[in-house]
Design a protein around this ligand. Structure first.
Ligand code: NAD
Ligand code: ZN
Length: 368
């Protein structure tokens, strides 16, 4: 593959087609380069422009994005990459930079990155001076189809994920698949899990996704998330279906972060969906072939991880489930499926059955 900087240079200067994406998928996206520098007017309304990104993304994309958006004078905030930095210390650093530059309530923050950056930046922006505007420019597949959309912001706290956060909508979400050219395969696979999640809850066509064809599904996933969030912005009911696989997934992810074999969000969600499909078969009579078909896809989704779960991990994972916001008091609530495209939320599952679902996951994939 050519180096990213070569691609950008030749495209920027020659006006060649930007990428090899599926045309229908591209049409419905707000492309960053479609009206090159056209976002300038929106940015010019801001008293100051700040751009938040991380050390992995900055060398590939920061100058290009500043050029495309026409904001070369933006104040750059470049943080260390990874979930372990999605915390209060990093938010404080962002707040301090905003204060140092006397950012007022008309300042604008551009979040250029994956879900870590858009969650963090959205949270910092929505709390600074009771809220300044922000734009999300997702650079991961997971960010494009999920994290950058829908107004949930937040940070990890007290050793558990997303414990502190706000609901705050980005002023705009600019999706451009060009960023995926530099994304490592493992991160792409993590995004594939979320495409499959959209498939399970809303559209069986998405269950055919693979590393070869994922581009054509990006727009459809964004559409599904938008539709669901529009009907239930603050997660009173329907929006909970977007958490399919996430109760178990977050608990597995939180636990693995404390070990030598951390899993990516999408990888943990893949395992969470496996457990949730198993629970769906047991509790809601889901057709077992759905579980079996997905079980065949999981090795591909985890192929770049070094998964090493054992029976000893079950208790700590159960401990994290208690922290999950989706559990009320002592009871555990799950999003399960009656059928593909027919999710049911607030399904009560007893502790023993949850434990058995974790045993199923670990027996299937723990020792690979
Ligand atoms: N707010 C929401 O609705 C929501 C939904 C889903 C997930 N999330 C959150 O999103 C986070 C995960 O996000 P993610 O999977 O996008 O991971 P990420 O943001 O941590 O990025 C993954 C890695 O890829 C690198 N990277 C990003 N874009 C790149 C690019 N184009 N080229 C090269 N490297 C690149 C990053 O530096 C990082 O090391 C989790 O914290 C999760 O809780 C939030
Ligand atoms: Zn997710």
């Amino acid at each position: 593959m050519p180096q990213a900087s070569e691609c950008i240079d030749s495209r920027q200067r020659t006006g060649q087609p930007w990428n090899d994406m599926h045309p229908e998928a591209l049409e419905s996206m707000s492309s960053l380069r479609g009206d090159e520098r056209g976002k300038g007017s929106m940015l010019s309304k801001a008293s100051q422009v700040f751009i938040l990104t991380d050390e992995n993304i900055a060398p590939f994309w920061l100058p290009e994005v500043e050029y495309w958006l026409g904001c070369e004078n933006a104040i750059e905030i470049v943080i260390r990459p990874g979930e372990q930095h999605k915390n209060l210390q990093t938010v404080q650093r962002i707040w301090k930079t905003l204060m140092k530059h006397h950012a007022d309530r008309n300042a604008l923050l551009i979040n250029l990155g994956g879900g870590t950056i858009t969650d963090l930046g959205g949270f910092a922006a929505s709390t600074y001076k009771r809220g300044i505007k922000f734009i999300n420019v997702p650079t991961t597949l997971l960010g494009m189809i999920d994290a950058s959309i829908g107004g949930k912001t937040g940070i990890d706290f007290g050793g558990a994920k997303n414990q502190i956060g706000t609901f705050a909508e980005a002023e705009e979400v600019i999706v451009d698949p060009v960023f995926l050219e530099t994304l490592p395969t493992r991160e792409l696979l993590s995004g594939l899990s979320e495409i499959l999640k959209c498939g399970f809850i809303a559209d069986s066509n998405l269950l055919n996704v693979s590393l070869e064809n994922y581009q054509q599904y990006i727009a459809r996933c964004g559409e599904i998330k938008h539709e669901i969030v529009a009907q239930d912005p603050t997660e009173k009911g329907l929006r909970k279906v977007l958490n399919f696989g996430h109760s178990l997934g977050h608990a597995i992810e939180s636990h693995c972060l404390t070990t030598d074999y951390p899993l990516l969000h999408g990888e943990a969600v893949a395992l969470g969906m496996l457990g949730s499909l198993w629970l769906s078969v047991k509790q809601l009579g889901l057709n077992e072939t759905v579980l079996q078909d997905f079980a065949k896809q999981v090795p591909m989704l985890l192929s770049e991880s070094e998964i090493a779960l054992s029976e000893a991990d079950i208790e700590p994972i159960l401990g994290y489930l208690v922290h999950d916001k989706k559990n009320k008091g002592e009871t555990m609530q799950f999003v399960l499926l009656e059928a593909v495209g027919k999710p049911v939320w607030d399904v009560m599952v007893d502790n023993d059955t949850i434990k058995r679902s974790l045993e199923y996951i670990i027996n299937e994939y723990g020792k690979q």
